[in-house]
Design a protein around this ligand. Structure first.
Ligand code: A2P
Length: 335
C-alpha cells in the first residue's frame, strides 16, 4: 500500500530534512505534496530525480492526503492541521501547538511507541532537546525509573530554522570580512557567543524551552512525578544539540550497569572512553540519527542513585524530522 503525503513547511530546515528521510527510509509514497507559503509557491525541487513544484498552502491542499508531516510554526499548524484532520488525514506535527493537548499523543518511538494508537488525527513530535535527552535516558529509566533531572543544554542554531542557520553563517563571514554583524533571529550575536535564552521567560525566570523538558517528559514517559530543572543555552553550532544531564533514579544503578544498558539500546550509541578522548561531540552526531551518550559517571553531589552523563544528537534529524517519519511509519502499521 502507498500513501499520499504532504509536508507542511517543506521549504524549511525540518521540512527539507523530512523529504530526505522519507526517501532514505523508502516510505511508501504515492503522491508527495510540498506545501509552503505563497512566497515559495512555484519553486522547483528535485527529489529522487523527480521534479516537484512547491505549492502554496490553502484549505484545499489537504484533499485526498493520507499523511501530513507538519514542519511549520505554531500559528500555521493551528490554522491548517485541524482542516487536514477534518479531511481525513493523520497528522504528525513538529510544532509545539498540540504537544500538551490531552487528545494528542506525544511520541518518541524508542520510548512510548504504543501511544501512537491513541491518536484522534494529530500526533505531536516532541521538542528537540527533549527527544535527545529522553532517548539517551530511556534504557536507564526503564531499569531504574527516573525521578529528578538537572539538565543544561547547548542548542544548535538549526533549532531556529533556516533563518538561524543562515544567521550563524553570515555572522561568521561578516566578522572575518570586518563587516558589521546583523542580528535577526536571536536576541544577540550568536557567532563566537552563547545566549542563555530560548523562548520567553515565566514568572520564576525559566524560559519556555526550559519548561518543555519537564512538561513533555512527564507526558512521554507517563511519569507525572518527574521533576526537571533545566537551563537552555543557544550555542554557535550548526545542527546538533548537546546536553549535560544529572538524573536521580528511584532504584540503584551504577556506571557499569548504565553502560551495559546503553550499549544495546535502540537509537543510542555509547561513546564513552574519556581517557582516550572518546566522548560525544556535536560535529560527530551531525547528519545521522543516533543519540551519542558518554561521560557517564556517578553523581558526587550527595544524591542517591544518581548518574551524570553527556549526550549529543542531530537536532534536525532525530530531534525533529527522523522522529516524525518514524511516527508516520508507526501510523501506517496501524492503518
Ligand atoms: P516559506 O519558505 O515559504 O516561508 P523554518 O522554520 O526553517 O524557517 O521553516 C518554516 C516553514 O514554514 C517554511 O517551509 C515556510 O515556508 C513555512 N511557512 C511559513 N509561513 C507559512 C504559511 N503562511 N503557510 C504555509 N507555510 C508557511
Amino acid at each position: 500500500k502507498t500513501y499520499n503525503v504532504a509536508i507542511l513547511g517543506a521549504t524549511g530546515a525540518v521540512g527539507q530534512e523530512m523529504i530526505k528521510i522519507l526517501m532514505e527510509r523508502n516510505f511508501p509514497i504515492k503522491e508527495l505534496h510540498l506545501l509552503a507559503s505563497a512566497r515559495s509557491a512555484g519553486k522547483k525541487m528535485w527529489v529522487n530525480e523527480k521534479e516537484y513544484t512547491v505549492e502554496e498552502t490553502t484549505e484545499n491542499s489537504f484533499d485526498g492526503i493520507d499523511i501530513v508531516l507538519g514542519a511549520a510554526e505554531n500559528d500555521i499548524a493551528k490554522k491548517y492541521l485541524p482542516i487536514a484532520v477534518e479531511k481525513g488525514a493523520v497528522v504528525v506535527d513538529n510544532s509545539s501547538a498540540y504537544r500538551l493537548d490531552d487528545n494528542v499523543p506525544l511520541v518518541i518511538p524508542e520510548v512510548n511507541p504504543n501511544d501512537v494508537k491513541k491518536h484522534k488525527g494529530i500526533i505531536a513530535n516532541p521538542n528537540c532537546a527533549t527527544i535527545i535527552a529522553l532517548v539517551a535516558l530511556q534504557p536507564l529509566h526503564a531499569y531504574a525509573h527516573a525521578k529528578r533531572m538537572v539538565v543544561s543544554t547547548y542548542q544548535a542554531v538549526s533549532g531556529a530554522g533556516v533563518g538561524g542557520i543562515r544567521e550563524l553563517q553570515q555572522q561568521v563571514e561578516a566578522i572575518h570580512d570586518n563587516k558589521p554583524v546583523e542580528v535577526k533571529n536571536f536576541q544577540y550575536q550568536i557567532a563566537y557567543n552563547l545566549i542563555p535564552q530560548i523562548g520567553g521567560f515565566n514568572e520564576e525566570g525559566y524560559s519556555s524551552e526550559e519548561m518543555k523538558m519537564q512538561f513533555e517528559g512527564r507526558k512521554i514517559q507517563s511519569n507525572p512525578e518527574l521533576s526537571v530543572n533545566c537551563t537552555c543555552v543557544r550555542v554557535p553550532v550548526f545542527r546538533s544539540h548537546s546536553e549535560s544531564i544529572m538524573v536521580e533514579f528511584e532504584k540503584p544503578i551504577d556506571v557499569e550497569k548504565a553502560k551495559v544498558l546503553l550499549k544495546d539500546a535502540a537509537g543510542v550509541k555509547l561513546v564513552d572512553d574519556p581517557v582516550n578522548k572518546v566522548y560525544p561531540m556535536p560535529l560527530d552526531t551531525t547528519d545521522q540519527d543516533l543519540v551519542y551518550v558518554g561521560r557517564i559517571r556517578k553523581d558526587m553531589s550527595g544524591h542517591e542513585n544518581a548518574l551524570s552523563f553527556w549526550c549529543c544528537g542531530d537536532q534536525v534529524r532525530k530531534g525533529a524530522a527522523t522522529n516524525a517519519v518514524q511516527i508516520a511509519e508507526l501510523v501506517i502499521q496501524n492503518m
